[in-house]
Design a protein around this ligand. Structure first.
Ligand SMILES: CC(C)(COP(=O)(O)OP(=O)(O)OC[C@H]1O[C@@H](n2cnc3c(N)ncnc32)[C@H](O)[C@@H]1OP(=O)(O)O)[C@@H](O)C(=O)NCCC(=O)NCCSC(=O)C[C@@H](O)CCCCCCCCCCCCC(=O)O
Ligand code: NAD
Length: 528
């Protein structure tokens, strides 16, 4: 941050940390030193705080989170500003987000450009506004709106922020020039009413129900996410405790979130999304040089509208298809539909003189066998389980099934064994992750971040778990490799379990973070 003396006994502190003036240690120290200079200089009557490059401040430097516990010391700075005996005015252009808004809340006045945006988006990073945000905002705008803004993380435009009372003045001109003029006008005004830390949270008769509704809302809207619920607890502390105890509670809850795996995952996702937007396909990959890969067989899950069509396409191309359908009625309809479509195609081809080879279309047999024994599940009171009655919901193990399974095992020469939850999870996830490493090695995926963002955006992978490749790094690559080796030895017929060379190369370096994988593993051997 820079310190400048301005005419009319004013000082200017300008945050400078391109591109968004994020709060690094150097910036925070710069703010602190600037304020101390201004306070100890008796010729300075007021201070304006602004940001360089048309941005106030986008909050804490997210890339520094892994190195420290942010917020704790910055909260002290926010309190110090409020207690100063000289007016401090925030001049906001661009964004004041997270710690940037907390800094502005510490200032006695806030002036912003009409196109500025302010907000506390910390929940998106798995944390909470830990530099007094959860304690100051409700004192300024009340509990209901603070709950809305902090649990959603949504930023608001200057006009809305003015209506809510977050901003004091919104202008269409330069906020620094306006703040300079404004500072001179308020020099004689008392500062005490402007110190949020000495105010109490506006009370409401139905505070308990407001909080219980807020908990219910975030549990429904953000299932599994820790930060929104924890933020509500911090807001409860603002209501129930005096400021000096409320900030302790905020610190405790902030630390809990910062140490949670969710914060690490969501902060990884922040940078992963940003890098994916900038990436182009791997240099070796190109549609011009790509050649089709051989497909020996295809599995189709579900024989509804799409599944039938997909099964048909492959069948027509002469590629063996194995299709699985869980609903016996749908299966019957699909069998008829696919058969009649294939027959129509065959007769068309025969008429046109082209030869047609009957494709192999196999269905998984175990569900069929149950249905063929009249066991249609809940609706018939019997399926994999026995139910209390047809359409009943109370199920219990059925001795018939044990007999059925033991015959099935005998026929297929299978040995029975119990399979732990851990094995199910590991075999499913690690084979998926293994494929991720394989396509990285082949240059089909441009980066681990791309695989993760695809899984978060298109496959319902929980955002707070970062994606499959990030998950591999949290488990540890040597662990993933060792488990895959173990399962592959046990199941040599499952090629997905054979550890990929790319994973082996990386695991030889220990457990490097995803951003270092490509430089460590070397250039991909493209199959495109
Ligand atoms: C700001 C945005 C709205 C801008 O969007 P836009 O689309 O214009 O641009 P990009 O998104 O592409 O961003 C450009 C560029 O900037 C990088 N970036 C953006 N924000 C940050 C950030 N906060 N930290 C670091 N880097 C950031 C982005 O990655 C791009 O970089 P690239 O290289 O790819 O060009 C939009 O970016 C946005 O919404 N950003 C996130 C805003 C946010 O979530 N803010 C909240 C942060 S959390 C927080 O503030 C916590 C506080 O409550 C409490 C902490 C207070 C301060 C603590 C002080 C810490 C002291 C540090 C100690 C360090 C110890 C040590 O060093 O040892
Ligand atoms: N229909 C479209 O135009 C279209 C377009 C693009 C994508 N999709 C997507 O494709 C998927 C299928 O769409 P659809 O229109 O064919 O749906 P659908 O409801 O017609 O068919 C889905 C079939 O899957 C079966 N099924 C469900 N769970 C199963 C399981 N565990 N094992 C085996 N079978 C199972 C269902 O019984 C049903 O027959 C959906 O995810 C859909 O969003 C559909």
């Amino acid at each position: 941050a820079e310190y400048l003396r301005l005419p009319h006994s004013l000082a200017l502190i300008r945050l400078r940390n391109p591109p968004v003036n994020a709060l690094s240690l150097a910036v925070v120290n710069g703010i602190r030193e600037g304020l101390q200079k201004a306070m100890s200089d008796h010729t300075i009557k007021a201070i304006v705080v602004c940001g360089a490059n048309d941005k106030f401040c986008a909050g804490a430097d997210i890339s520094s989170f892994s190195r420290s516990s942010p917020g704790i010391s910055f909260g002290v700075v926010v309190d110090e500003i409020q207690r100063y005996e000289k007016p401090v005015v925030a001049a906001i252009r661009g964004v004041a987000l997270g710690g940037g808004l907390e800094l502005a809340l510490g200032c006695h006045y806030r002036i912003a450009h009409a196109e500025a945006r302010v907000g506390l988006p910390e929940v998106a990073l798995g944390i909470l506004p830990g530099a007094r945000g959860t304690q100051l905002l409700p004192r300024l705008i009340g509990v209901p709106m603070s709950l809305d803004l902090i649990t959603s993380g949504r930023p608001v435009g200057a006009d809305e922020a003015l209506k809510l009372g977050i901003l004091d003045v919104v202008i269409n001109s330069d906020p620094v020039e306006e703040a300079v003029k404004f500072s001179q006008e308020i020099l004689d005004k008392p500062l005490e009413p402007r110190r949020l830390l000495n105010k109490s949270v506006p009370s409401l008769p139905n505070m308990d129900s407001i909080f219980s509704e807020a908990f219910a809302k975030v549990q429904k809207q953000y299932p599994g996410f820790l930060a929104p619920e924890t933020s509500i607890q911090a807001l409860q502390a603002a209501v129930n405790l005096p400021y000096k105890l409320g900030i302790k509670e905020e610190e405790k809850l902030a630390l809990y979130l910062q140490k949670s795996g969710q914060a690490r995952a969501l902060q990884y996702v922040f940078f992963a999304e940003s890098s994916v937007h900038k990436q182009s396909p791997p240099s070796v990959a190109s549609w011009q040089t790509a050649s089709p890969q051989p497909i020996s067989s295809v599995g189709v899950l579900g024989l509804g509208t799409m599944g039938r069509g997909i099964a048909m396409c492959f069948a027509k191309a002469g590629i063996p298809v194995v299709a699985v359908e869980s609903d016996p009625k749908q299966l019957e309809i699909a069998k008829k539909a696919v058969t009649s479509m294939l027959e129509r195609e065959a007769s068309k081809m025969q008429q046109s003189g082209r030869a047609w080879t009957k494709p192999t279309l196999t269905f998984s047999s175990s569900a069929d066998m149950l249905c063929e024994s009249g066991r249609f599940g809940q609706k018939t009171g019997k399926g994999w389980y026995q139910y209390d009655k047809p359409l009943g919901r109370v199920h219990r193990p059925d001795p018939w099934l044990s007999e059925f399974l033991s015959q099935y095992r005998e026929t297929h020469h299978l040995e029975s064994r119990s399979i732990s939850q851990e094995e199910i999870l590991e075999r499913c996830l690690y084979s998926l992750i293994n494929e991720g490493f394989r396509i990285l090695g082949e240059g089909i995926a441009a980066s681990p971040e791309q695989i993760d963002i695809i899984y978060l955006s298109g496959y319902g992978w929980p955002r707070y778990r970062g994606g499959p490749m990030f998950y591999a790094a949290t488990v540890g690559l040597p662990v993933v490799l060792e488990k895959l080796q173990k399962y592959y030895t046990q199941n040599p017929d499952v090629p997905q379990l054979e550890p990929s060379d790319y994973l082996k190369k990386l695991a030889a370096h220990g457990n490097p973070p995803p951003k270092d994988w490509q430089s460590l593993a070397g250039p991909p051997g493209s199959k495109l």
